[in-house]
Design a protein around this ligand. Structure first.
Ligand code: GLY
Ligand code: MN
Length: 469
Protein backbone atom coordinates (compact mmCIF):
# COMPACT_ATOMS: atom_id res chain seq x y z
CA UNK A 1 0.00 0.00 0.00
CA UNK A 2 1.19 3.52 -0.79
CA UNK A 3 0.93 6.45 1.65
CA UNK A 4 -2.60 7.65 2.41
CA UNK A 5 -1.98 10.90 0.52
CA UNK A 6 -1.51 8.96 -2.74
CA UNK A 7 -5.09 7.65 -2.62
CA UNK A 8 -6.61 10.89 -1.32
CA UNK A 9 -4.85 12.82 -4.06
CA UNK A 10 -6.05 10.42 -6.78
CA UNK A 11 -9.65 10.85 -5.64
CA UNK A 12 -9.20 14.65 -5.61
CA UNK A 13 -7.85 14.57 -9.18
CA UNK A 14 -10.69 12.28 -10.23
CA UNK A 15 -13.20 14.80 -8.87
CA UNK A 16 -11.46 17.54 -10.87
CA UNK A 17 -11.55 15.45 -14.06
CA UNK A 18 -15.25 14.74 -13.49
CA UNK A 19 -16.03 18.42 -12.77
CA UNK A 20 -19.53 19.27 -13.93
CA UNK A 21 -20.74 15.65 -13.81
CA UNK A 22 -23.88 15.03 -11.75
CA UNK A 23 -24.52 12.20 -9.33
CA UNK A 24 -22.24 9.77 -7.55
CA UNK A 25 -19.38 7.52 -8.61
CA UNK A 26 -19.57 4.06 -7.08
CA UNK A 27 -16.68 1.60 -6.85
CA UNK A 28 -17.37 -2.04 -6.12
CA UNK A 29 -14.38 -3.95 -4.80
CA UNK A 30 -14.09 -7.62 -5.65
CA UNK A 31 -15.81 -10.32 -3.64
CA UNK A 32 -14.30 -13.72 -2.96
CA UNK A 33 -14.61 -15.97 -6.01
CA UNK A 34 -15.47 -19.63 -5.41
CA UNK A 35 -13.07 -22.13 -6.98
CA UNK A 36 -15.26 -25.22 -6.63
CA UNK A 37 -17.54 -24.38 -3.71
CA UNK A 38 -18.20 -21.30 -1.59
CA UNK A 39 -15.58 -21.14 1.10
CA UNK A 40 -12.86 -22.69 -1.10
CA UNK A 41 -11.97 -19.60 -3.05
CA UNK A 42 -9.45 -18.59 -5.67
CA UNK A 43 -6.62 -16.53 -4.26
CA UNK A 44 -8.10 -13.07 -3.78
CA UNK A 45 -7.31 -10.40 -6.39
CA UNK A 46 -8.74 -6.92 -5.88
CA UNK A 47 -10.32 -4.97 -8.73
CA UNK A 48 -7.51 -2.78 -10.10
CA UNK A 49 -9.44 0.52 -10.23
CA UNK A 50 -10.74 -0.05 -6.70
CA UNK A 51 -7.14 -0.69 -5.66
CA UNK A 52 -6.02 2.49 -7.43
CA UNK A 53 -8.45 4.88 -5.72
CA UNK A 54 -9.26 3.08 -2.46
CA UNK A 55 -6.14 0.98 -1.79
CA UNK A 56 -7.84 -1.77 0.25
CA UNK A 57 -6.60 -5.17 -0.87
CA UNK A 58 -9.38 -7.22 0.74
CA UNK A 59 -12.71 -8.66 -0.40
CA UNK A 60 -16.14 -7.18 0.29
CA UNK A 61 -15.42 -3.45 0.18
CA UNK A 62 -17.16 -0.74 -1.81
CA UNK A 63 -16.97 3.03 -1.96
CA UNK A 64 -18.93 6.08 -3.04
CA UNK A 65 -17.63 9.45 -4.20
CA UNK A 66 -20.22 12.20 -4.52
CA UNK A 67 -19.27 14.08 -7.68
CA UNK A 68 -21.24 17.17 -6.67
CA UNK A 69 -20.24 17.59 -3.03
CA UNK A 70 -16.93 15.68 -2.92
CA UNK A 71 -18.21 13.58 0.02
CA UNK A 72 -16.77 10.11 0.14
CA UNK A 73 -17.38 6.94 2.10
CA UNK A 74 -15.67 3.56 2.31
CA UNK A 75 -17.99 0.64 3.06
CA UNK A 76 -16.92 -2.63 4.68
CA UNK A 77 -17.85 -4.83 7.60
CA UNK A 78 -15.99 -5.00 10.89
CA UNK A 79 -15.34 -8.57 11.97
CA UNK A 80 -17.34 -10.34 14.66
CA UNK A 81 -16.20 -13.10 17.02
CA UNK A 82 -16.95 -15.85 14.46
CA UNK A 83 -14.66 -14.14 11.95
CA UNK A 84 -11.98 -13.69 14.59
CA UNK A 85 -12.04 -17.43 15.33
CA UNK A 86 -11.29 -18.25 11.66
CA UNK A 87 -9.32 -15.20 10.53
CA UNK A 88 -7.74 -13.80 13.69
CA UNK A 89 -8.24 -10.23 14.91
CA UNK A 90 -8.60 -7.69 12.09
CA UNK A 91 -8.13 -3.90 12.04
CA UNK A 92 -11.39 -1.92 12.03
CA UNK A 93 -12.83 -0.55 8.81
CA UNK A 94 -12.38 2.96 10.25
CA UNK A 95 -8.65 2.37 10.71
CA UNK A 96 -8.44 1.04 7.14
CA UNK A 97 -10.17 4.22 5.98
CA UNK A 98 -7.49 6.26 7.76
CA UNK A 99 -4.80 4.40 5.78
CA UNK A 100 -6.27 5.71 2.53
CA UNK A 101 -7.18 9.20 3.76
CA UNK A 102 -10.92 8.52 3.92
CA UNK A 103 -12.47 9.67 7.20
CA UNK A 104 -16.01 8.34 6.60
CA UNK A 105 -16.64 4.62 6.76
CA UNK A 106 -19.80 2.54 7.15
CA UNK A 107 -20.89 -1.13 7.16
CA UNK A 108 -21.26 -2.76 3.73
CA UNK A 109 -25.11 -2.98 3.74
CA UNK A 110 -25.10 0.84 3.93
CA UNK A 111 -23.53 0.85 0.45
CA UNK A 112 -26.59 -0.81 -1.05
CA UNK A 113 -28.85 1.62 0.82
CA UNK A 114 -26.84 4.65 -0.34
CA UNK A 115 -26.97 3.60 -4.00
CA UNK A 116 -30.67 2.65 -3.86
CA UNK A 117 -31.50 6.04 -2.28
CA UNK A 118 -29.53 7.87 -4.96
CA UNK A 119 -31.38 5.90 -7.66
CA UNK A 120 -34.70 6.70 -6.00
CA UNK A 121 -33.81 10.42 -6.08
CA UNK A 122 -33.04 10.14 -9.79
CA UNK A 123 -29.33 10.82 -9.31
CA UNK A 124 -26.91 9.54 -11.92
CA UNK A 125 -24.87 6.51 -10.80
CA UNK A 126 -21.46 6.42 -12.47
CA UNK A 127 -19.59 3.10 -12.41
CA UNK A 128 -16.85 1.35 -14.39
CA UNK A 129 -17.54 -1.78 -16.47
CA UNK A 130 -17.11 -4.59 -13.92
CA UNK A 131 -14.71 -7.40 -14.84
CA UNK A 132 -16.31 -9.85 -12.41
CA UNK A 133 -19.79 -11.33 -12.79
CA UNK A 134 -20.66 -10.87 -9.11
CA UNK A 135 -20.08 -7.12 -9.41
CA UNK A 136 -22.03 -7.02 -12.67
CA UNK A 137 -25.01 -8.65 -10.94
CA UNK A 138 -24.67 -6.38 -7.90
CA UNK A 139 -24.69 -3.23 -10.04
CA UNK A 140 -27.63 -4.51 -12.08
CA UNK A 141 -29.57 -5.21 -8.88
CA UNK A 142 -28.83 -1.77 -7.38
CA UNK A 143 -29.31 0.39 -10.47
CA UNK A 144 -32.07 -1.55 -12.25
CA UNK A 145 -29.97 -1.62 -15.44
CA UNK A 146 -30.19 -5.01 -17.24
CA UNK A 147 -27.14 -7.12 -16.34
CA UNK A 148 -26.05 -7.40 -19.99
CA UNK A 149 -26.00 -3.61 -20.29
CA UNK A 150 -24.06 -2.98 -17.09
CA UNK A 151 -20.75 -3.76 -18.80
CA UNK A 152 -21.54 -1.68 -21.90
CA UNK A 153 -20.04 1.80 -21.72
CA UNK A 154 -22.82 4.28 -22.35
CA UNK A 155 -25.73 1.85 -21.85
CA UNK A 156 -24.67 1.03 -18.28
CA UNK A 157 -21.12 1.91 -17.34
CA UNK A 158 -20.25 5.60 -17.38
CA UNK A 159 -18.22 6.86 -20.34
CA UNK A 160 -17.22 10.01 -18.41
CA UNK A 161 -15.87 7.92 -15.54
CA UNK A 162 -14.08 5.51 -17.89
CA UNK A 163 -12.37 8.39 -19.69
CA UNK A 164 -11.37 10.12 -16.46
CA UNK A 165 -9.97 6.93 -14.92
CA UNK A 166 -8.10 5.98 -18.11
CA UNK A 167 -6.56 9.47 -18.31
CA UNK A 168 -5.18 9.02 -14.80
CA UNK A 169 -4.11 5.38 -14.77
CA UNK A 170 -2.36 5.66 -18.16
CA UNK A 171 0.24 8.05 -16.76
CA UNK A 172 2.17 6.22 -14.07
CA UNK A 173 3.26 8.03 -10.92
CA UNK A 174 6.82 7.63 -9.60
CA UNK A 175 5.61 5.26 -6.84
CA UNK A 176 3.95 3.05 -9.48
CA UNK A 177 7.05 2.94 -11.67
CA UNK A 178 9.03 1.77 -8.65
CA UNK A 179 6.57 -1.11 -8.26
CA UNK A 180 6.69 -2.00 -11.96
CA UNK A 181 10.49 -2.05 -11.72
CA UNK A 182 10.12 -4.53 -8.82
CA UNK A 183 7.80 -6.73 -10.88
CA UNK A 184 10.41 -6.61 -13.66
CA UNK A 185 13.12 -7.78 -11.27
CA UNK A 186 11.00 -10.80 -10.39
CA UNK A 187 10.23 -11.31 -14.09
CA UNK A 188 13.95 -11.29 -14.82
CA UNK A 189 14.51 -14.08 -12.31
CA UNK A 190 11.56 -16.08 -13.66
CA UNK A 191 12.91 -15.90 -17.19
CA UNK A 192 16.43 -16.74 -16.06
CA UNK A 193 15.02 -19.89 -14.45
CA UNK A 194 13.15 -20.73 -17.66
CA UNK A 195 16.24 -20.30 -19.82
CA UNK A 196 18.27 -22.52 -17.49
CA UNK A 197 15.51 -25.12 -17.57
CA UNK A 198 15.35 -25.20 -21.37
CA UNK A 199 17.27 -28.46 -21.85
CA UNK A 200 16.39 -31.44 -24.05
CA UNK A 201 14.31 -34.02 -22.19
CA UNK A 202 12.69 -31.61 -19.72
CA UNK A 203 8.88 -31.36 -19.57
CA UNK A 204 7.62 -27.84 -20.38
CA UNK A 205 5.34 -27.94 -17.32
CA UNK A 206 8.31 -28.47 -15.04
CA UNK A 207 9.87 -25.22 -16.28
CA UNK A 208 6.57 -23.40 -15.83
CA UNK A 209 6.28 -24.64 -12.25
CA UNK A 210 9.79 -23.56 -11.35
CA UNK A 211 9.44 -20.10 -12.86
CA UNK A 212 6.02 -19.49 -11.31
CA UNK A 213 7.44 -20.58 -7.94
CA UNK A 214 9.82 -17.65 -8.13
CA UNK A 215 7.08 -15.05 -8.41
CA UNK A 216 5.05 -16.80 -5.72
CA UNK A 217 8.02 -16.61 -3.38
CA UNK A 218 8.83 -12.96 -4.13
CA UNK A 219 5.62 -11.33 -5.27
CA UNK A 220 1.90 -11.93 -5.60
CA UNK A 221 2.12 -14.49 -8.40
CA UNK A 222 1.95 -14.39 -12.18
CA UNK A 223 0.56 -11.34 -13.95
CA UNK A 224 -1.15 -13.66 -16.50
CA UNK A 225 -1.24 -17.34 -17.30
CA UNK A 226 2.25 -18.31 -18.41
CA UNK A 227 2.80 -18.93 -22.11
CA UNK A 228 5.63 -21.44 -22.57
CA UNK A 229 5.59 -23.61 -25.64
CA UNK A 230 7.56 -25.05 -28.52
CA UNK A 231 4.47 -24.32 -30.63
CA UNK A 232 5.13 -20.61 -30.40
CA UNK A 233 3.17 -19.99 -33.60
CA UNK A 234 0.08 -20.25 -31.37
CA UNK A 235 0.27 -16.79 -29.83
CA UNK A 236 -1.24 -17.57 -26.45
CA UNK A 237 -0.33 -21.21 -25.99
CA UNK A 238 -1.15 -22.37 -22.49
CA UNK A 239 -0.51 -26.10 -22.89
CA UNK A 240 2.76 -27.24 -21.37
CA UNK A 241 2.69 -30.95 -22.02
CA UNK A 242 5.61 -31.34 -24.44
CA UNK A 243 9.18 -32.48 -23.83
CA UNK A 244 11.92 -30.02 -24.80
CA UNK A 245 13.24 -31.34 -28.11
CA UNK A 246 16.53 -30.43 -29.80
CA UNK A 247 16.07 -28.38 -32.96
CA UNK A 248 12.87 -26.67 -31.81
CA UNK A 249 12.33 -23.16 -30.43
CA UNK A 250 10.80 -22.43 -27.02
CA UNK A 251 8.72 -19.26 -26.64
CA UNK A 252 8.49 -18.09 -23.01
CA UNK A 253 6.06 -15.22 -22.42
CA UNK A 254 5.53 -14.66 -18.71
CA UNK A 255 5.44 -12.01 -16.04
CA UNK A 256 5.22 -11.37 -12.36
CA UNK A 257 2.80 -9.33 -10.29
CA UNK A 258 4.37 -7.48 -7.37
CA UNK A 259 2.78 -7.64 -3.93
CA UNK A 260 1.20 -4.27 -4.72
CA UNK A 261 -0.24 -5.73 -7.96
CA UNK A 262 1.93 -4.14 -10.63
CA UNK A 263 2.83 -6.31 -13.60
CA UNK A 264 5.80 -7.25 -15.71
CA UNK A 265 5.56 -9.06 -19.04
CA UNK A 266 8.62 -10.36 -20.88
CA UNK A 267 9.05 -12.73 -23.80
CA UNK A 268 12.17 -14.54 -24.89
CA UNK A 269 12.61 -17.34 -27.42
CA UNK A 270 15.27 -20.02 -26.91
CA UNK A 271 16.85 -22.63 -29.16
CA UNK A 272 16.08 -25.94 -27.43
CA UNK A 273 19.47 -27.37 -28.36
CA UNK A 274 21.28 -24.28 -27.07
CA UNK A 275 22.25 -23.11 -30.57
CA UNK A 276 20.07 -21.60 -33.29
CA UNK A 277 20.05 -23.25 -36.70
CA UNK A 278 20.84 -20.90 -39.60
CA UNK A 279 17.16 -20.82 -40.50
CA UNK A 280 16.18 -19.93 -36.93
CA UNK A 281 18.90 -17.33 -36.51
CA UNK A 282 17.85 -15.48 -39.68
CA UNK A 283 14.34 -14.99 -38.34
CA UNK A 284 15.45 -14.45 -34.73
CA UNK A 285 17.81 -11.63 -35.69
CA UNK A 286 15.04 -9.84 -37.59
CA UNK A 287 12.78 -9.95 -34.53
CA UNK A 288 15.59 -8.88 -32.23
CA UNK A 289 16.38 -5.89 -34.42
CA UNK A 290 12.67 -5.09 -34.76
CA UNK A 291 12.51 -4.87 -30.96
CA UNK A 292 15.43 -2.43 -31.15
CA UNK A 293 13.77 -0.37 -33.92
CA UNK A 294 10.63 -0.08 -31.80
CA UNK A 295 12.58 0.94 -28.70
CA UNK A 296 14.62 3.55 -30.56
CA UNK A 297 11.41 5.22 -31.81
CA UNK A 298 9.59 5.13 -28.47
CA UNK A 299 9.55 8.70 -27.15
CA UNK A 300 7.13 11.55 -26.47
CA UNK A 301 5.80 13.15 -29.61
CA UNK A 302 5.49 9.95 -31.59
CA UNK A 303 2.54 7.57 -31.57
CA UNK A 304 2.69 3.85 -30.84
CA UNK A 305 0.66 3.43 -34.03
CA UNK A 306 3.60 4.84 -35.97
CA UNK A 307 6.07 2.76 -33.97
CA UNK A 308 4.05 -0.36 -34.84
CA UNK A 309 4.08 0.56 -38.54
CA UNK A 310 7.81 1.35 -38.57
CA UNK A 311 8.52 -2.00 -36.94
CA UNK A 312 6.27 -3.85 -39.39
CA UNK A 313 8.02 -2.07 -42.26
CA UNK A 314 11.44 -3.12 -40.94
CA UNK A 315 10.30 -6.76 -40.70
CA UNK A 316 8.88 -6.68 -44.25
CA UNK A 317 12.14 -5.26 -45.63
CA UNK A 318 14.09 -8.07 -43.97
CA UNK A 319 11.60 -10.75 -45.02
CA UNK A 320 11.87 -9.40 -48.55
CA UNK A 321 15.68 -9.71 -48.41
CA UNK A 322 15.17 -13.39 -47.50
CA UNK A 323 12.65 -13.80 -50.38
CA UNK A 324 9.59 -14.54 -48.19
CA UNK A 325 7.82 -11.61 -49.82
CA UNK A 326 8.33 -9.86 -53.14
CA UNK A 327 7.37 -6.37 -54.30
CA UNK A 328 7.10 -2.83 -53.01
CA UNK A 329 7.39 -2.66 -49.20
CA UNK A 330 5.20 0.46 -48.89
CA UNK A 331 2.44 -1.26 -50.80
CA UNK A 332 2.84 -4.42 -48.72
CA UNK A 333 2.54 -2.37 -45.54
CA UNK A 334 -0.55 -0.68 -46.91
CA UNK A 335 -2.11 -4.06 -47.78
CA UNK A 336 -1.36 -5.46 -44.29
CA UNK A 337 0.98 -8.20 -45.51
CA UNK A 338 2.97 -7.99 -42.26
CA UNK A 339 -0.12 -9.40 -40.51
CA UNK A 340 0.59 -12.82 -42.02
CA UNK A 341 3.83 -12.94 -40.04
CA UNK A 342 2.83 -10.83 -37.02
CA UNK A 343 -0.94 -11.02 -36.55
CA UNK A 344 -0.76 -9.16 -33.22
CA UNK A 345 0.08 -5.55 -32.42
CA UNK A 346 3.46 -4.28 -31.30
CA UNK A 347 2.42 -3.87 -27.68
CA UNK A 348 -0.01 -2.77 -25.02
CA UNK A 349 -0.19 -0.56 -21.96
CA UNK A 350 0.93 -2.20 -18.75
CA UNK A 351 0.37 -1.26 -15.12
CA UNK A 352 -1.71 -2.96 -12.48
CA UNK A 353 -3.15 -5.10 -15.26
CA UNK A 354 -0.79 -6.72 -17.71
CA UNK A 355 -3.04 -5.39 -20.50
CA UNK A 356 -3.73 -2.29 -18.51
CA UNK A 357 -7.40 -1.43 -17.97
CA UNK A 358 -8.59 -3.81 -20.66
CA UNK A 359 -11.75 -4.24 -18.57
CA UNK A 360 -12.58 -0.57 -19.24
CA UNK A 361 -12.52 -1.07 -23.02
CA UNK A 362 -9.45 -1.52 -25.22
CA UNK A 363 -10.25 1.42 -27.46
CA UNK A 364 -10.76 3.83 -24.56
CA UNK A 365 -7.38 2.81 -23.20
CA UNK A 366 -5.25 2.39 -26.32
CA UNK A 367 -6.90 4.83 -28.77
CA UNK A 368 -9.07 7.38 -26.93
CA UNK A 369 -10.27 10.12 -29.26
CA UNK A 370 -6.94 10.18 -31.09
CA UNK A 371 -7.66 7.69 -33.87
CA UNK A 372 -9.85 4.81 -35.01
CA UNK A 373 -8.81 1.19 -34.97
CA UNK A 374 -7.88 -0.20 -38.39
CA UNK A 375 -9.40 -3.47 -39.65
CA UNK A 376 -6.12 -4.90 -41.09
CA UNK A 377 -4.77 -8.11 -39.53
CA UNK A 378 -1.90 -7.12 -37.26
CA UNK A 379 -2.54 -3.37 -37.05
CA UNK A 380 -6.16 -4.15 -36.11
CA UNK A 381 -4.89 -6.07 -33.08
CA UNK A 382 -2.75 -3.19 -31.89
CA UNK A 383 -3.86 -2.50 -28.30
CA UNK A 384 -1.92 0.73 -27.84
CA UNK A 385 -1.89 3.31 -30.62
CA UNK A 386 -1.82 6.58 -28.67
CA UNK A 387 0.56 9.51 -28.94
CA UNK A 388 3.25 8.73 -26.40
CA UNK A 389 3.61 10.79 -23.24
CA UNK A 390 6.04 10.62 -20.33
CA UNK A 391 4.68 8.14 -17.80
CA UNK A 392 3.20 5.71 -20.34
CA UNK A 393 4.36 2.14 -19.78
CA UNK A 394 4.13 -0.05 -22.86
CA UNK A 395 5.38 -3.42 -24.02
CA UNK A 396 7.58 -3.73 -27.09
CA UNK A 397 6.90 -7.21 -28.42
CA UNK A 398 7.47 -7.84 -32.11
CA UNK A 399 7.24 -11.41 -33.35
CA UNK A 400 7.40 -13.51 -36.49
CA UNK A 401 5.26 -16.63 -36.68
CA UNK A 402 4.63 -19.25 -39.34
CA UNK A 403 1.03 -20.31 -38.80
CA UNK A 404 0.24 -23.08 -41.33
CA UNK A 405 -3.56 -22.63 -41.17
CA UNK A 406 -3.25 -18.86 -41.75
CA UNK A 407 -0.76 -19.27 -44.62
CA UNK A 408 -3.08 -21.82 -46.25
CA UNK A 409 -6.06 -19.52 -45.83
CA UNK A 410 -4.23 -16.55 -47.40
CA UNK A 411 -3.11 -18.79 -50.28
CA UNK A 412 -6.66 -20.06 -50.85
CA UNK A 413 -8.25 -16.63 -50.66
CA UNK A 414 -5.51 -14.61 -52.38
CA UNK A 415 -5.27 -12.27 -49.38
CA UNK A 416 -1.58 -11.62 -50.10
CA UNK A 417 -2.33 -9.93 -53.47
CA UNK A 418 0.66 -11.74 -54.96
CA UNK A 419 3.25 -10.43 -52.49
CA UNK A 420 3.93 -13.71 -50.66
CA UNK A 421 6.34 -16.38 -51.89
CA UNK A 422 4.41 -19.46 -50.76
CA UNK A 423 7.03 -21.84 -52.20
CA UNK A 424 9.56 -20.54 -49.66
CA UNK A 425 7.05 -20.78 -46.83
CA UNK A 426 6.48 -24.51 -47.40
CA UNK A 427 9.73 -25.22 -45.57
CA UNK A 428 8.61 -23.23 -42.50
CA UNK A 429 5.41 -25.04 -41.54
CA UNK A 430 7.18 -26.69 -38.60
CA UNK A 431 9.22 -23.61 -37.63
CA UNK A 432 6.98 -22.31 -34.83
CA UNK A 433 7.30 -18.66 -33.85
CA UNK A 434 9.58 -16.08 -32.28
CA UNK A 435 8.55 -13.21 -30.00
CA UNK A 436 10.85 -10.90 -28.02
CA UNK A 437 9.30 -8.56 -25.47
CA UNK A 438 10.53 -5.87 -23.10
CA UNK A 439 8.64 -3.43 -20.87
CA UNK A 440 9.30 0.22 -21.61
CA UNK A 441 8.65 3.48 -19.75
CA UNK A 442 8.23 6.62 -21.84
CA UNK A 443 10.39 9.32 -20.22
CA UNK A 444 10.62 13.11 -20.76
CA UNK A 445 13.15 12.72 -23.54
CA UNK A 446 12.94 9.12 -24.69
CA UNK A 447 12.37 5.78 -23.05
CA UNK A 448 13.78 3.37 -20.48
CA UNK A 449 13.54 -0.39 -20.43
CA UNK A 450 12.07 -1.29 -17.05
CA UNK A 451 13.94 -3.43 -14.54
CA UNK A 452 17.59 -2.93 -13.66
CA UNK A 453 18.85 -5.70 -15.99
CA UNK A 454 17.81 -6.69 -19.48
CA UNK A 455 17.40 -10.37 -20.19
CA UNK A 456 19.97 -11.54 -22.78
CA UNK A 457 18.43 -11.06 -26.20
CA UNK A 458 21.08 -10.96 -28.95
CA UNK A 459 21.30 -14.40 -30.58
CA UNK A 460 25.00 -14.72 -29.76
CA UNK A 461 24.48 -13.65 -26.13
CA UNK A 462 21.64 -16.17 -25.75
CA UNK A 463 23.77 -18.99 -27.14
CA UNK A 464 26.77 -17.99 -25.02
CA UNK A 465 24.81 -17.92 -21.78
CA UNK A 466 22.96 -21.15 -22.59
CA UNK A 467 26.28 -22.90 -23.20
CA UNK A 468 27.40 -21.91 -19.68
CA UNK A 469 24.24 -23.00 -17.87
N1 GLY B 1 2.10 -11.40 -22.64
C1 GLY B 1 0.84 -11.74 -23.13
C2 GLY B 1 0.24 -10.65 -23.92
O1 GLY B 1 0.78 -9.58 -24.02
O2 GLY B 1 -0.85 -10.82 -24.45
MN1 MN C 1 2.67 -8.54 -23.66
Amino acid sequence: MFESSVYANRRRVLLERMAGAKGIAVFVGNADAAMNYRGNDYKFRQDSSFMYYWGIDEPWFAAVLDLETGDECLFGNDVDIDDIIWMGPQPSVASKGALIGCSRTAPLPEFDKTVLEAVAKGRRIHFLPPARYYNQMKLAQLTGIPADDVRKVGAGASEELVKAVVSMRLIKEACEIEEIDKACEIGYEMHTEARRGCKPGVLEQEIVGRMEGITLSKGWGVSFTTILSQNGETLHNHSHHQIITPGRLLVVDAGAESNTHYASDFTRTYPCSGKFTTKQREIYDIVEQANEVAYSLTKPGTSYWDVHLATARYMLEQLKALDFVRGDVDEMLHQGISGLFMPHGLGHNMGMDVHDMEDLGENYVGYGDERQRHPLLGLGNLRMARNLKPGHVVTDEPGIYFIPALIEQWKREGTDKGFVNYAKLTDYYDFGGIRLEDDVLVTEDGARRLGSRRLPIKSKDVEDIMSQE
